[in-house]
Design a protein around this ligand. Sequence first.
Ligand code: GLU
Length: 443
Amino acid sequence: MTTVTRFAPSPTGRLHVGNIRTALHNWMLAAKRGGRFLLRIDDTDAERSREEYVEAIRTDLAWLGLSPDGEERQSQRMALYEEAFEQLRAAGRIYPAYETQQELELKRKIQLGRGLPPIYDRAALQLTEEQRAAKEAEGVAPHWRFKLDHDEPIAWDDGVRGSQKFDAAQLSDPVIRRADRSWLYMLPSCVDDIAMGITDVLRGEDHVSNTAVQIQMFTALGAPPPRFAHEALLVGREGKLSKRLGSLGCDAFRERGIEPEALIALLARLGTSQPVEPIAAREVLVNTFDLSTFGRAPAKFDDAELERINAAIVHQLEYSAVADRLPDGMDEAGWHAIRPNLQTVGEAQDWWKLVTGPIEAREFDEETRAYLATAADALAWSDTPWADLTATLKDSTGRKGKALFLPLRQALTGMDHGPDMGELLPLIGEDEARTRLRAAATA
Ligand code: GLU
């Protein structure tokens, strides 16, 4: 059976690094098995969902290179949920309940006070027909609960957590629909997973108890449950999902010059037993993707690690991948010369000034000025002007090492360090190079 995974964000905000990781892992799981990766927009909450966020989710996934093979929107699938609701209700698996939030709160407090788990007591199931009618006559609209089958054991082999078992009697019958008839997440998600042919649900471990309930929903709806895997949550370096991490999205990364491939290389393996490496080739990450390497401990997101990976990825990027983001006139040779010095592609702008000028003027002592004058005279053009020049100067002046190279670099670039001079000098060009050497010799 072809693997079908889905990423199911609610469009109530921008994607943050935690969602991005979930999207990536679902994409990779499908890619590794030659399957399909679907986007499901969980927009049943009309109040909080925004069209601009739907757009942003698509844009962010495109930027990350995680384009879905299909898209569904829950707001357009209401008829399906209604149908499932009627089916389950007819089967006695859904019942109306009339407690107010305060009443439920009070029940919970009493249970906790007695040292009991705060499980819903199913009082609504005890109501007689007359009592229900009386509630409705008072204008109390019911909310709806899914009735768990206490005799049906709940178990699954979790792709990350291994064998999982739940006792339905230890769970509350979940509210699936509010009094205003709007949907909670639980039932629509099952209905869609069935209709969309989802074979694998991979999501955060905060959904483990939802899975326990949903497994019974799948069965009640007459469908085999998909495979489930729950990954440990992503936390900041401090150990918890900080506010900052929760707001860290693609825009923020892009503005900081983080390449999507760097983010992907990090998130692909963070929290797994595989080493996080600056792997720019997506197929390498896909081929080595393996849920069994995922750990149970929270995955720690570290900005400094992301920056290190980003720099290493930038050093591998091909000219064609960055050409539209480079300063005017910077060609492939320019990119190759500058690339090893960059933390971000955006920094190419500053480094390119070493080629186009003007460069920072330096002051040299008399002896060095004489040396630079010699260099200006000795400069001859070829395919390898730097190697030629330094070889000539080494012979004629007896200088070597730093004394040979550093004044030339300083005179030609205004800096103490930077790109390989063998690559840079041809880009600066003969006339400009001679002009710079002479200017330094007479300064
Ligand atoms: N919209 C849900 C969420 O963002 C989807 C959870 C799931 O993957 O089933 O939490």
